[in-house]
Design a binder for this molecule. Sequence first.
Ligand SMILES: NC(=O)c1ccc[n+]([C@@H]2O[C@H](COP(=O)([O-])OP(=O)(O)OC[C@H]3O[C@@H](n4cnc5c(N)ncnc54)[C@H](OP(=O)(O)O)[C@@H]3O)[C@@H](O)[C@H]2O)c1
Length: 336
Amino acid sequence: MRAWTLDEFGLENLNLREVPTPTPGPHELLVKVSAVSLNYRDKALVDGIYAPEKMPKGLIPVADSAGVVAAVGDGVTKYRVGDRVTSHFYSTWHDGPWLPEYADFQMGGPLNGGLAEYQILGEDNVVPTPSTMSDSEASTLPIAALTPWFALREYRGLKAGDSVLVQGTGGVSIFAIQLASALGARVIVTSSSDEKLARARELGATDTINYRTTPDWAGAVLDLTDGQGVDVVLDVVGGDRLRDSIRAAKGNGLVAVIGFLEGQTASLDLMDLIWHQTHIQGIAVGHLRSFHDLVRFLDEHTINPVVDSVFAFEDAPRAYEKLAEGAFGKIVISTP
Ligand SMILES: NC(=O)c1ccc[n+]([C@@H]2O[C@H](COP(=O)([O-])OP(=O)(O)OC[C@H]3O[C@@H](n4cnc5c(N)ncnc54)[C@H](OP(=O)(O)O)[C@@H]3O)[C@@H](O)[C@H]2O)c1
């Protein structure tokens, strides 16, 4: 089969090669990959800044994939040849609290990912592809959709009438808008672009704030909510702006710490935190059981992922460059 392999760090060292097609072992599926989608981590990993010490030479990268079962190993009971499946990121995290050993079993590094014609996935490392989605659309789900779903449902049980603040219009945030809106929540979105904010409204955002022209977006959230703040902040920005997320959250509200676009360390105003009695919750994608719940929800609500662009398999490096340039929605690479 053909596969892209990362022979050294750096996009120039991503090479298209002929490699042996793997054979499924017990409880494993051989999946004919139809599409993969890129996340921030996939680019960081190629650049050598995402746990570089854990990445094997010759890794087949890209965490998120969707495809069709081409063969099954001994003992497989959950899927059959011809079934459409979507990969699960933390391959050994099925339910319950996160454990440190799960870190070594992430798809797309340290484990081989989906940027190949075929891929081995455990039968407990996939979900059925939502019936309402193409494989290209489904390939966007494993990280970008499960992450906000996990925060909203597992840690807050978000319900109609609650309010959510979503930062920016990247992959995680667009899914957050769609999911929170389908759950009946009020969704306040920030962006650097009025045009993107208009598109966010079409996806279900109820209120929008341009964080370039309104740098005190936390103050704007308080104005919009009669000084109360929101039930949940999905924080993808990180850095010292985390203190603004705490300001923007309701008393006893949840700040889900997801991203670190502005930095991986933060200084906090502890008095703000204490007065607000804020729950600060780190989020690391999510487990398989929650992914199954998400698939059912997406099917019931016919939510279609927003795909910015689709690249041919042979043009995979261009897709990484496009990710670095910025996109509205997800970047997909389709596999012949
Ligand atoms: N913890 C987890 O499980 C998990 C899972 C997925 C992603 N992440 C992390 O979450 C972050 C976002 O990931 P992503 O894939 O959604 O990224 P992305 O698609 O690259 O989104 C980036 C968007 O964030 C917005 N943004 C950038 N800087 C900002 C700032 N200073 N203030 C407000 N918004 C800003 C911009 O939106 P506008 O163009 O609209 O301004 C930009 O388009 C990354 O740090 C990623 O590593 C974590």
